[in-house]
Design a protein around this ligand. Structure first.
Ligand code: HEC
Ligand code: HEC
Length: 338
């Protein structure tokens, strides 16, 4: 009797052990993924351990310098969702007269967004890793969020199916009536389209919600830029507009998209990407446009994120880069200075 019970307890303990291994395995898989992504996309600015002046780009960046992610007394005040929202946000134009920015809103241009580069799942893995840099753990329930999105998609699909049925029934009723009337009158009678306009509008609305739910569910596990092909832009501008556009682009470059956090022009700016002093000579406008809109489409593993540039912003930035035509650096000379 006693032995049997011990055996059962042993089996239960064994099961718990296996379960812990499985769960622990998943957690460390997420942890490994978060660490890898951090090393690829964050480390150059924030450093391996998140400390000040650890990343190779830290000292060349304009102010403010990348945040110390190892500082628990400061990082501990942020909720998981707040860290997520910083990494996955829309860039704001911080120029005077630019976008409206709330008091508590994070809007430092030189901290890039990864909303258009990584999947939601990947960003949560990064948040989990950032937590470990200041000795904390992710509390947010990522699996629940995934389920929420799947449930929302299912609900939106059901709502759309219903709206479509209602629309089709209303449309059929109207065309049946028109047919009856034309038989009675012995001449063609138009279908009363206005009689089902409401159902048609409701269906269109439900379709929009369905598309949004589909996109949110896709972006959870798939990178948003994947398979998105940037169409060739029309970059022709009237000469009198070119200077104005380039001026706007220059502001966007620093004050909205923080390109200067990673690229230098003259002595100023970061070193993650190549210097852009001579971009106007070296690079083709159409190529630059498509590159900044979706760098991963051209080079999947590039460290440059897609920053969510609108078509108009991309065009202005391209115009600005076109004006960067610094002289070729002097070739190093071996002659002693005279
Ligand atoms: C080009 C350099 C750069 C890169 C790359 C970068 N950051 Fe930042 N990060 C910054 C700067 C600059 C700040 C703003 C510091 C401040 O507000 O004082 C910042 C701030 C932050 C903050 C604090 C936000 C707040 O609310 O104060 C977090 C968290 C963060 N970064 C995480 C990350 C993660 C994770 C990655 C990679 C996915 C990353 N950063 C990539 C430069 C960078
Ligand atoms: C987080 C850092 C980062 C940010 C922010 C960033 N870039 Fe880049 N950029 C890079 C890296 C790294 C490369 C090199 C591409 C590669 O080979 O992976 C690059 C390449 C480029 C190139 C091609 C340069 C050449 O000589 O081939 C251009 C043009 C460019 N970036 C423009 C921009 C513009 C404009 C912005 C702002 C809208 C921007 N970048 C923001 C990191 C960044």
């Amino acid at each position: 009797m006693k032995a049997a019970r011990l055996q059962v307890m042993g089996a239960v303990a064994g099961l718990i052990g296996i379960w812990a291994l499985v769960a622990g395995g998943c957690a460390s898989e997420q942890q490994r993924k978060g660490q890898e992504l951090y090393a690829h996309y964050c480390l150059h600015c924030h450093g391996e351990h998140g400390r000040q002046n650890e990343g190779f780009n830290w000292s060349s960046m304009p102010d403010p310098k990348p945040k110390d992610l190892s500082n628990k007394s400061e990082m501990g005040t942020f909720k998981d969702e707040e860290i997520f929202n910083t990494i996955s946000r829309d860039m704001k134009d911080t120029s005077p007269g630019g976008d409206k920015i709330g008091d508590d809103e994070f809007a430092v241009p030189t901290m890039p967004t990864f909303k258009y580069t990584l999947s939601e799942d990947e960003i949560w893995a990064i948040v989990g890793y950032v937590r470990t840099l200041h000795g904390m753990k992710l509390e947010f329930k990522v699996e629940e969020r995934k389920k929420e999105l799947a449930d929302a998609l299912q609900a939106a699909q059901a709502k759309f199916d219903q709206a479509k049925q209602t629309y089709e029934a209303a449309e059929k009723k109207a065309s049946d009536e028109a047919e009856k009337k034309s038989e009675a009158l012995k001449k063609d009678v138009d279908v009363d389209e206005a009689s089902y306009a409401k159902e048609q509008a409701a269906m269109a609305l439900a379709k929009k919600d369905l598309d949004a739910a589909q996109l949110a569910a896709n972006n959870f596990s798939t990178r948003p830029g994947k398979g998105v092909n940037v169409a060739r832009p029309d970059l022709t501008v009237k000469p009198e507009q070119a200077a104005q556009l380039a001026e706007a682009g220059k502001k966007l470059y620093s004050n909205k998209y923080g390109c200067n956090g990673c690229h230098s022009v003259g002595e100023e700016g970061g070193k993650v990407g190549p210097a852009l002093d001579r971009a106007g000579f070296r690079l083709n406008g159409t190529w630059v446009y498509r590159w900044v809109k979706n760098p991963q489409a051209m080079k999947p593993e590039t460290r440059m994120p897609a920053l969510g540039l609108s078509d108009a912003d991309a065009k202005a930035v391209v115009m600005y880069l076109g004006t960067l035509r610094a002289a070729k650096p002097e070739p190093p000379s071996n002659k002693p200075a005279s």
